[in-house]
Structure formats: structure tokens, C-alpha cells
Ligand binder design. Structure first.
Ligand code: SAH
Length: 248
């Protein structure tokens, strides 16, 4: 079981697989006022940076599930590196439908809400693992500027404009499904640059090392076109944030 190989190639050197920087995760961890021993469930935990650093800085404990064997292995290595292997557990698997045996104080899906068919479905799934009064964390894109045309939305690698809401609309949506938004930390363009531009050097090095690979032509084409596409579309139109929610 794995995610499409192209992501394991382009994001192999990423510790954070979204437009957040280490500073943004530190800001979010502080904003959430995490108590030592808080149990976290993280669906789509990637390379585990959020839980590993929060385990180190705030003494949280937790479980992460991710479908990429590579990212899961990297998460385990990171936990060892930060001496938090006794606090966090990373499982390779499909997070769709995953409900924890014991209820957690914080249930997160940071940049992988397709796991349960979108934001609403993911909140419902996370809620099944959450103790009363617990916090749900959702990391999700929003339109920072509404694309004037569907072509521009496609340039941002979305299917259609209606795939995402604008920030205020997303906050209204959380309200409408019965949640208080109790915190939020938003990515900025520097964070987007770290996420997107870091792929370019990874792609270039991978191409130099794997010229005969079956994905070499695809990666070559991406490396040529991505900087311009990113600067023209995603960087101008797409925002991203993590939203902390509590059921009303
Ligand atoms: N939350 C992480 C990773 C976000 S990227 C971070 O902030 O860095 C999205 C992640 O979802 C990737 O790591 C990908 O491997 C994982 N993923 C995709 N589909 C999945 C599924 N069905 N179950 C579990 N993980 C999945």
C-alpha cells in the first residue's frame, strides 16, 4: 500500500508536507496550550514533524497513520532523533475510516482531508476518536484570492474553483456544521515557497541520479514547468491554514 510514487519522489526531502514552516508548527503548538500527556491522533501524519516536535516541546503522546511507507519510516527516524520514540507511534496504513481504540484530546488531519471525502467527512471521522471537550485540527487550503476563471483554478492544480472556499466562507462552514473555531494559524507565502520550491532541488537531484527511471520524463517536465506555474497561480491565489475546532 502506497501513495502515488511521484509524491515519494518530489517530497522525499520534506519534513513538513504542506506550506507550514517549523515556526508555524511551533506557533500552533503554543496556541493550543497543549498539556503534557495529551493524546493526539494524526491522520495523514506524513514524516511526523508536528507530533515529534510537540512531543519534545510539550510532552504530548500520540499515534500517526500514513499511507506512504517512506514518510512513515522518516517519521520513526525523526522520533528517534528527537528522543521521543517512547511517546509517539507511527503506523503505515490507510487512515480512511480509522478510529482510535482510546479517545484522544486532539484529533488532527493536516493537509489530507480527502482521506474522508473532504472537510466535513474528515471532521466526522476525527470526532469519533475524540473525547468530550477535545480539539479537532484541520489543515486545509482556501482561496486567498478568488480565481477569476476556472483556468486559473486549474493552474493551482485544483479541479474547479468550488473545490475550496475563501477564508471567511470556510470559517462560516465550520460554524454551520456546529463547531466553534477556537484557534487558527495561517501559512504565508514564505511557507508556500518552502513547500513548493524545496521540491525543485529534490527533483533535480533525483533526475541526476535516476536518468533512466520510468518517471524521469514526467519529473523532467515538472521541474521545467513548476517554478513558473507555482509563481503564476498557487502563490498568488491559494492560502492554507490549520483550524482548531471544538464541537458546540
Ligand atoms: N500532515 C503531514 C502530511 C500532509 S501531506 C504534514 O503536515 O506534513 C498528506 C499526507 O497524507 C501524505 O503524507 C500522504 O502520504 C498521506 N496520505 C494520503 N492518502 C492517505 C490515506 N488514505 N491514508 C493515510 N495517509 C494518506
Amino acid at each position: 500500500m502506497d501513495i502515488p510514487r511521484i509524491f515519494n519522489i518530489t517530497e522525499s526531502a520534506h519534513r513538513i508536507h504542506n506550506p507550514f514552516t517549523p515556526e508555524k508548527f511551533a506557533t500552533l503548538g503554543a496556541a493550543l496550550r497543549l498539556k503534557p500527556g495529551t493524546q493526539i491522533l494524526d491522520l495523514g501524519s506524513g514524516s511526523g514533524e508536528m507530533m515529534c516536535t510537540w512531543a519534545r516541546d510539550y510532552g504530548i503522546r500520540g499515534t500517526g497513520i500514513d499511507m506512504s511507507p517512506l514518510f512513515t519510516e522518516q517519521a520513526k527516524c525523526r522520533a528517534k532523533e528527537l528522543s521521543v520514540s517512547g511517546q509517539v507511534n507511527f503506523i503505515h496504513g490507510d487512515a480512511a475510516g480509522y478510529v482510535s481504540d482510546e479517545k484522544v484530546g486532539l484529533a488532527a488531519c493536516v493537509g489530507a482531508t480527502w482521506i474522508a471525502g473532504g472537510v466535513a467527512g474528515t471532521i466526522e471521522l476525527l470526532a469519533r476518536s475524540l473525547c468530550t471537550g477535545g480539539i479537532i485540527l484541520i489543515g486545509e487550503p482556501y482561496w486567498h484570492r478568488l480565481p477569476p476563471t476556472e483556468d486559473i483554478a486549474k493552474g493551482c492544480l485544483t479541479n474547479t474553483i468550488s473545490d475550496f472556499l475563501q477564508l471567511a466562507e470556510l470559517l462560516v462552514f465550520f460554524d454551520q456544521i456546529g463547531y466553534d473555531v477556537v484557534e487558527m494559524v495561517l501559512a504565508d507565502q514564505n511557507g508556500w515557497d518552502r513547500y513548493e520550491a524545496a521540491k525543485w532541488l529534490t527533483m533535480r537531484r533525483w533526475l541526476d541520479a535516476n536518468p533512466a527511471d520510468e518517471l524521469a520524463d514526467e519529473v523532467r517536465a515538472m521541474l521545467t514547468s513548476e517554478p513558473k506555474r507555482y509563481a503564476t497561480y498557487t502563490r498568488e491565489y491559494l492560502g492554507w491554514g490549520v483550524f482548531a475546532l471544538m464541537a458546540r
